[in-house]
Design a protein around this ligand. Structure first.
Ligand SMILES: C[S@@+](CC[C@H](N)C(=O)[O-])C[C@H]1O[C@@H](n2cnc3c(N)ncnc32)[C@H](O)[C@@H]1O
Length: 282
């Protein structure tokens, strides 16, 4: 390229689409547009196209994923937030908005909602809830240091805190009994089915982000067991499962003392188990 050649040229675009198509990218035109808009130089573009053609997920190559209308930073090796999880965010936001609303007209502003995003990965769920609700005290946790680093960037705008460790272990004790929304999009693929996932997930997302044990519900059961200790009276715990897992997941929620409900979105093919701690009488 000479110093005066514009970048990207029509040839850059055509070559990018051709290369992506040859690598098997079904949405080669769309992906080429995104990669070209992210690249600063022809060499940078070539490096990104090489990574994508070698099978890296587009989001890891770009460094971000779109989620609930936000650009969520996603580093290589960190779970990529899925579109279907937007359903969990919408359900959580609707419950929080209802519960935090002032008692009546002219009775002040909605109160601050305490949100915990457990098994937060990139922190997409917490960041989206904060963006949707506005007034939140946001805490997030994950066992994977790469996820924690990523989540810290994504929840910074909301003043969120991110902790590293096993489930509730690293959360500050002062949150016990105060959490209004406990969102936990935990791994829920049965161990025997991890091998059936698309290669992009198997090769580029950590197994601990996907594998939920023999029936896929091991982590979810552990989250459910301790949820009543952390939830505020009337607070809600939300977790995604497959449609087939929903009855067993709802049973676990009920066994642990929460009021279970199953919500499903056909459009997003998403199932969410909601467990609500009984509100204080009167
Ligand atoms: C399916 S990913 C979901 C990530 C994020 N919630 C989202 O929806 O994009 C599950 C996440 O759980 C984390 N994880 C798995 N087991 C964990 C545990 N015992 N304690 C904390 N985090 C865990 C993984 O590191 C991974 O980031």
């Amino acid at each position: 390229m000479s110093a005066s050649s514009p970048f990207p040229s029509g040839r850059d675009r055509a070559a990018t689409v051709t290369r992506l198509r040859a690598a098997g990218c079904v949405f080669a035109e769309d992906e080429a547009r995104l990669l070209i808009s992210a690249a600063r130089t022809p060499a940078g573009l070539a490096a990104m196209v090489d990574r994508r053609a070698a099978g890296q997920p587009l989001e890891h190559v770009l460094g971000w994923a779109e989620f609930c209308g936000l650009r969520i930073a996603v580093d290589p090796g960190v779970f990529i937030p899925r579109r279907r999880t937007e359903f969990l965010v919408r359900r959580a936001a609707a419950l929080a908005r209802r519960d935090a609303a002032p008692a009546g007209p002219g009775q002040g502003r909605p109160r601050t909602v305490v949100v915990v995003d457990l098994c937060c990965g990139s922190g997409a769920v917490g960041a989206a809830l904060a963006a949707s609700l506005g007034r939140v005290e946001l805490h997030a946790a994950d066992t994977d240091p790469a996820a924690v680093r990523c989540a810290r960037r994504n929840v910074a705008a909301a003043g969120g805190r991110v902790y590293q460790g096993d489930l509730y272990g690293p959360l500050p004790a002062r949150l016990r009994g105060r959490v209004d929304i406990l969102a936990a999009n935990v791994p829920y693929v049965p161990s025997g089915e991890v091998g059936l996932l698309p290669p992009e997930a198997r090769a580029h997302e950590p197994r601990m982000a996907l594998d939920g044990g023999a029936d896929g519900l091991d982590v979810l059961r552990r989250v459910a067991a301790a949820a009543p200790l952390w939830l505020a009276p009337g607070g809600h715990r939300l977790a995604e499962t497959s449609e087939g897992q929903a009855p067993r997941a709802a049973e676990a929620v009920a066994r642990d003392g929460l009021i279970p409900r199953v919500a499903h979105s056909g459009r997003l093919n998403a199932t969410v188990i909601i467990g609500t701690r009984a509100a204080r009488p009167g």
